[in-house]
Ligand binder design. Sequence first.
Ligand SMILES: *Cc1c(COP(=O)(O)O)cnc(C)c1O
Length: 377
Amino acid sequence: MRVDFLSMERINAPFMPQIEETITKIAKSGRYLLGPYTKLFEDSICQAHQMPPGSVVATSNGLDSLRLIFKALIILGKLSKGDEVIVPANTYIASILPLSEMGLIPVPVEPDTTTFNIDWHKALQAITPRTKAMLIVHLYGTPCWDHLIAQSIINKNILIIEDNAQAIGARASHNGINQLPHTGTLGHAAAFSFYPTKNIGAFGDAGLVMSHIPEITSTVKALANYGSDTRYHNIFKGYNCRIDEIQAAILHIKMQQLHSITFQRTHAANLYNNAISNPLIIKPAIMPNMQQVWHQYVIRVQNRDQFRSYLAQHGITTDIHYACPPHLQPCYKGEFTTPLPITEHIANQVVSLPIASATDQEILYTASIINQWSPTS
Ligand SMILES: *Cc1c(COP(=O)(O)O)cnc(C)c1O
């Protein structure tokens, strides 16, 4: 049997008739930017997150969304050059790039090895008088949230920004509240990505900023459109970070199926967790009291290269998220001085298994091949 890590064709197939029809309509309409589909998409996101209309701005991509948030916070006087921002050490580099760009100091903190998310106790210890913000990343679709510690951090006047690129539809546990709040609504502002392979993926690049603070969304909205609040009136030196109408329309169509997309991934993760029994494999934690959305299903294994070639010999392709953490990338050489042994240890062991487009049969086959694995020395 052949199991592809990801088949975009399979993921997009159910949506194709509606998407093709809509693309043709937009192409003929002549309205390609800032039109009705951007509005429809933004409204569908607000509705899915129980946020009031106007609390989101659709953008060009996830990285730009983070740049817009941090730029807006600087313009609004909430952050300034030289401020420290706590970040997870094991995130994708796009989380950290906007900080460096704007002269903010990323302070990397090690992950909890069960959740792969930032260790909240270590984050508390990393706070200094110069800490002005914390960037949390809901890595692999697992909510990164400790309600009590987050509250105490917010009480210290530290902003919490969410990188929700991998976790659309996830819900975090919130002490004392039965209805779990969505990731993206937990902190002061959140960035989303709709890169094609994300749980909701565009046919190209797209992103979004969400915030319940109107001055953040209005500043982001202006910044994303050359810094103009009304046409040809520029209040900021802005950027062009708009979303295309075609991408917005595709995402609006896919948003109608957010629940079934999350359900399918959760079903696949449960299948893997029940079927994998090889003691050499550390399976990802299924967290009680929260809704994970399984952007990736990430196991840990020693002898990773051997394990991956063994799977490849059996027709199964896998991926690694991420083999090289930001502090070891050439562009950050010499910038991070704190040792990050847990991050480096995890980076050498993680393997992402096929989940997004795999059938039950393919998942059970993959699990049975994994169960027969042992390293040869
Ligand atoms: C995908 C991703 C980004 C960047 O999003 P783009 O749309 O590709 O710019 C940022 N952070 C995380 C955690 C991501 O997974």
